[in-house]
Design a protein around this ligand. Structure first.
Ligand SMILES: *Cc1c(COP(=O)(O)O)cnc(C)c1O
Length: 362
């Protein structure tokens, strides 16, 4: 049996430290916005090279609160990728804004900067690229477009903790970076969690107010806020894992590079690394015309596989009617031909070879 990600092996490697930290937090009984949350925020900010990190309840909330804190709302448009998890677009809708989808690059699967400028209207307020599967979006041209048109740049870093483009880590490039700590993410806790990073003191302050019922001073409420806090127990777990994030990313890259070497000349096209920074392989996603046959063979061999993502967002039932006239051929074709293979830091060479052997037998 080879799962997409093996959280149990990893837990057993760090069990002593996690268990001890969790038990200490239970004894302390300061469960909400306690000392581990602020320590984690400081450590994560230092690790990513940003001034502020504000922990929240999920990656979806990170996106939602970042957009709200930036003042994006009713009547505004936000340009984003159609080839991502639904939460990216949901958050835009939560603040009353409209997602405008532009097509992706066929090799990196990230938003194609070439299509962004044509989508800008007087209502456009922000561009929200997703660093999909752990590879940073093509940020230099996106930053230039945002600067030229006075648009905010907000990064969806849910899949890219530890990824970099040039010397900069994702989450340290735009006005805000939005992270998810869902258990299977590259840095995952044991429940839901998320974080917004920013170099703006003002934005950080606003985020802290929004995550805590619109309140800076207890029982004084300046705006309508939310209940969106990372809890102390999750912060303990994240602190233990953050210390090891470099090794985890290395492990994922080792697995991915072995796959790519062994899959040369097979029925699948290995993922493309643009070479501009560090890809942290949240997913190892290939393209193929034999998807059904390969997935059936893997299932028969006890090996997990998955399709991220089978339907681009403009074709999802929730958006289909509103985006009827929108055609994004690269995203559509990618959704029809992509599939993801197991990848996790602890995956062994033998396991990678086993997956490749099954694919080559198809
Ligand atoms: C996981 C994910 C999210 C949402 O994160 P949650 O913590 O599950 O709310 C948002 N965007 C992308 C690209 C994701 O992969």
């Amino acid at each position: 049996m080879i799962p997409m990600v093996d959280l149990k092996i990893q837990y057993h490697q760090i069990k002593e430290e996690i268990d001890r930290g969790v038990l200490e937090a239970l004894e302390k009984t300061q469960f909400i916005l306690g000392p581990n949350v602020s320590a984690f925020e400081n450590e994560a900010a230092a690790c990513l090279g940003v001034k502020h990190a504000v922990a929240v309840a999920s990656g979806t909330d990170a996106l939602h609160l970042a957009l709200a804190a930036a003042g994006i709302g009713e009547g505004d448009e936000v340009i984003t990728s159609p080839f991502t998890f639904i939460a990216t677009a949901e958050a835009i809708r939560y603040v009353g804004a409209t997602p405008v989808f532009t097509d992706i690059d066929p090799r990196t699967f990230n938003i194609d900067p070439a299509g962004i400028e044509a989508a800008i209207t007087p209502r456009t307020r922000a561009v929200l690229p997703v660093h999909l599967f752990g590879q940073p979006a093509d940020m230099a041209p996106i930053e230039a477009i945002c600067k030229k048109h006075g648009l905010l740049l907000i990064e969806d870093c849910a899949q890219s903790f530890g990824a970099a483009t040039g010397p900069r880590m994702t989450g340290a490039i735009g006005a805000a970076g939005c992270f998810s700590f869902f258990p299977s993410k590259n840095l995952g806790c044991y429940g839901d969690g998320g974080m917004v990073t920013t170099n703006s003191e003002e934005l950080a302050e606003q985020l802290k107010v929004l995550r805590n019922h619109g309140s800076k001073v207890r029982y004084h409420h300046s705006v309508i806020g939310y209940n969106s806090r990372l809890d102390e127990i999750q912060a303990v777990i994240l602190r233990v894992k953050l210390k090891r994030i470099g090794a985890y990313s290395e492990g994922r890259r080792r697995v991915a590079h072995l796959y790519s070497e062994l899959l040369q000349g097979s029925v699948v096209t290995p993922p493309y690394e643009d070479g501009k920074g560090v890809h942290v392989y949240h997913q190892y996603t290939v393209l193929t015309d034999r998807r059904d046959a390969i997935m059936a063979a893997l299932t028969a061999a006890g090996i997990a596989s998955a399709i991220y993502y089978p339907i681009p967002l403009h074709r999802q039932e929730v958006f289909a009617a509103a985006y009827q006239g929108v055609s994004l051929p690269v995203a559509e074709e990618t959704a029809a031909r992509c599939m993801s293979l197991p990848v996790f830091p602890e995956m062994t060479e033998a396991q990678v070879r086993e997956v490749v052997a099954v694919i080559k037998s198809v």
